[in-house]
Every structure is written in C-alpha cells, then in structure tokens.
Design a protein around this ligand. Structure first.
Ligand code: NAD
Ligand code: TYD
Length: 351
C-alpha cells in the first residue's frame, strides 16, 4: 500500500538506520526525513540512499510550529515516526533549555499538526513516538523495567522525554489520535555521535587519549545494536497495537568499566598493540551529577506479541561497530571538526 511517512530526526544516529531500512524495504512508501541538522544530524549518514525516488529530505526545526504545519500540508502524511530529539544526558545537564524546546514543544507541534491533518479520517494513520527507558528512572541491583513501571525520570533529558511520552498518550486519550510509543535501552553501532560512551571510547583508544570513566564505572546499561532497534521500530509501526507501549532492550547488561575493558582488548587486537596497552588509558573522572545506576529492559511483550528478537550477539555487534569506526576515519574527523555541516550546503542548498 502507498503511504507517505514522516521520519523526524532521520539524519541522526538511530534515525538514519530507520530511514535506510524504510527506503530499502518499502519502495512503495514515500519517506520524508524531517531534520533540523543540529550538531547530531549528519546527512552523510544517508549518502547511499539520498538519490532514491522514494526519499526526500526536508530541513525543518520541529520547534517552529508554522514550519511543521506547512510540512504537514505539503505531504499529507499517513504516518509519523518521531525520533528528533536532543539525546545526550550530559548536554541536558549543562543546558536543559534546548531539551525542553525540542523534546517537549517540538513533540506538541507534531501532535497538533497530526491532529488537524487527520481529523477527518484518523483510520489507518499512526503517530509513532520513539522514547527511552530512561523515563523509568534508575534500577537498583534487581528487577527490570516493564511497560507498567511508573515513570520516575531523573535527568533533564529523561524528564523531557517522559513529558513528551505523557503528551503523546494524552493526545490519544483526549483527541483520539492513533499513537504508539516504544521505550528502548542504550543503542550502539555505526554513525553514533562520538559524545556517547562507546564511540567516544573507541575514538579515544585509537588516538591514545584518556578514556573518561564517570565515578567508579559501576553503572550498568543494557546495550542494543542499532539495527535491532530499527527492526523493532519497523515491526511496531506495522504490527503494533494503536495506543500500546512496547519496551525494547538487548537483555545485555554491562557495567561501564567491564564494557570499556572489553573495548580495550578488542582494540589492542585490531590495532596490533600488546595486550593491556589500551586499558592504561582508563581515567576515572568526577561522576555525572544524578547519575542513574542501572537500566535494564524486559522486552518480553514485544518478543511474545510481535515475535521480535535482537540478532547479533554483543561480541559480534561490538566488533562490527569497532570495525566501522576504524574504517570510517574521515566520517569521524568531519564529525569532530564540524565539517559535516558543509555536506548539506553542497548537496541541498539551492534545491
Ligand atoms: P541523535 O542525537 O543522534 O539524533 C537526533 C536527531 O534529531 C539529529 O539528526 C538532529 O539533527 C535532530 N534534531 C534535533 N533537534 C531537532 C529539532 N528541533 N528539529 C528537527 N530535528 C532535530 O539521537 P539518537 O541517539 O539517534 O536518538 C533518536 C531518538 O531515539 C531520540 O528520540 C532518543 O530519545 C531516542 N532513543 C535513543 C537511544 C540511544 O541510545 N541513542 C535509546 C533510546 C531512545
Ligand atoms: P551515554 O553513552 O552518555 O548514555 P546514557 O547516559 O544515556 O546511558 O553513557 C553511558 C554510560 O557511560 C553512562 O553510565 C555514563 C557513562 N559514561 C562514562 O563513564 N564516560 C563517558 O565519557 C561517557 C560519555 C559516559
């Protein structure tokens, strides 16, 4: 069936994998990537599919209500997959305002436009909001986040995402907008901006720079390969039940320090350094304020109801990720220098 789908944040880490998957798997859909191209948005991530006839890029700031309304009237979307967000906890601590603007106001602007665009015929439409397990707060040593876990966000980032989740549910309840939400654990893989733990550690090890470990390195995250998140999003968008929430996770908990030690040993091998060289770069630094101790997801609802399961073993996914960063030095250099912004000017300005 022909559909026109808006994917917001499609130039970012997860969004670019979702856009590629939809453009490749659904030639009958028109995929519109709506992205502001902040520091985290990089169109080079999509250079392999940018000339496909079922793909369009629209530079848009979702905080700009008029621009969002104009985009909706231009395309008459059948569905929205909303990933655009400010996504880094540390940045939300040094500058929370942008998180409120993009994650909360931006989401409301999209909901309002979807509401007026779909009011005559909401049947078959879907507003799919991509969220995080961080809305549930922090776990102690035991237990897992389920879809019933009460919200208890602890950082400005997770509070802004929790707020947007509540608004999405409220628009469903009050105005009848068809919505779905998923809450996913930490992603890793190619194209992740090197401010997040795994690409930052790979880059620093490669360049013999200190690897900053917050606090004692005992915080725990549940890591999922980004393409497994993209496959879950595809499944939930097409087969998920409207009004429902699905948790997505890797069943793959790692203490930060153990993960960093594993990365050090992989990189020692790949860079042909003597065993133990890279771990000398580990540097304990002041802890992140309010640092959540542990996240871990129970994804059994998604697995049993929709038949999803993650594919690569962590060791395989991590090797693939390290290989990608080692063989995409230019991408890393351009991202770190900010030069990737020029790609948009060269490819899209004047169009
Ligand atoms: P990212 O920071 O890599 O990308 C975010 C994208 O949104 C960028 O392309 C950026 O340009 C765009 N954007 C930011 N502000 C915008 C605005 N005002 N208007 C339009 N576009 C804007 O983020 P990511 O890691 O790919 O995360 C994508 C989504 O998935 C986010 O909603 C995040 O909360 C959620 N999520 C991320 C993870 C993770 O581990 N990275 C885990 C669970 C959920
Ligand atoms: P991050 O990748 O920022 O994701 P999140 O905070 O959303 O889980 O961080 C993952 C974990 O790694 C988190 O416990 C903080 C820690 N961390 C470090 O120890 N050092 C670093 O330089 C970074 C970026 C994160």
């Amino acid at each position: 069936m022909k559909k026109t789908i808006l994917i917001t944040g499609g130039a970012g880490f997860i969004g670019s994998h979702v856009v590629r998957r939809f453009v490749n798997h659904y030639p009958e859909y028109l995929i519109v990537n709506g992205d502001k191209l902040t520091y985290a948005g990089n169109l080079e991530n999509l250079s392999d599919i940018e000339s496909r006839s079922n793909y369009r890029f629209e530079k848009i700031d979702i905080v700009d209500k008029e621009a969002v309304a104009v985009l909706f009237s231009k395309y008459n979307f059948d569905g929205v997959i909303h990933l655009a967000a400010e996504s880094h906890v540390d940045r939300s601590i040094t500058g929370p305002d942008e998180f409120v603007f993009t994650n909360i106001i931006g989401t409301v602007n999209l909901l309002n436009s979807a509401r007026s665009s779909w009011k005559e015929s909401p049947e078959g439409k879907q507003f799919y909001h991509i969220s995080t397990d961080e809305v549930y707060g922090s776990l102690g040593k035991e237990g897992l986040f389920t879809e019933e876990t009460a919200y208890d966000p602890k950082s400005p980032y997770s509070a802004s995402k929790a707020s947007s989740d509540h608004l999405v549910r409220a628009y469903n309840h009050t105005f009848g907008i068809p919505v779905i939400i998923s809450n996913c654990s930490n992603n890793y893989g190619p194209n992740q901006f090197p401010e997040k733990l795994i690409p930052l550690a790979i880059n620093n090890i490669k360049n013999n720079k200190p690897i900053p470990v917050y606090g004692k390195g005992e915080n725990i995250r549940d890591w999922l390969y980004v393409e497994d998140h993209a496959s879950a999003i595809d499944l939930i968008f097409h087969k998920g039940k409207t009004g429902e929430t699905y948790n997505i996770g890797g069943n793959n908990e790692w203490k930060n320090i153990d993960l960093i030690l594993l990365l050090c040993s992989i990189l020692d091998r790949k860079l042909k350094r003597p065993v133990g060289t890279s771990e000398k770069l580990i540097t304990y630094v002041t802890d992140r304020p309010g640092h959540d101790l542990r996240y871990a997801i129970d994804s059994s609802k998604l697995q049993t109801e929709l038949g999803w399961s993650p594919i690569p073993e962590f060791a395989v996914g991590l090797e693939k990720t390290v290989d990608w960063y080692l063989s995409n030095e230019k991408w890393l250099e351009r991202v770190l220098s900010g030069d990737y912004g020029k790609y948009y000017d060269q490819m899209y300005s004047g169009r």
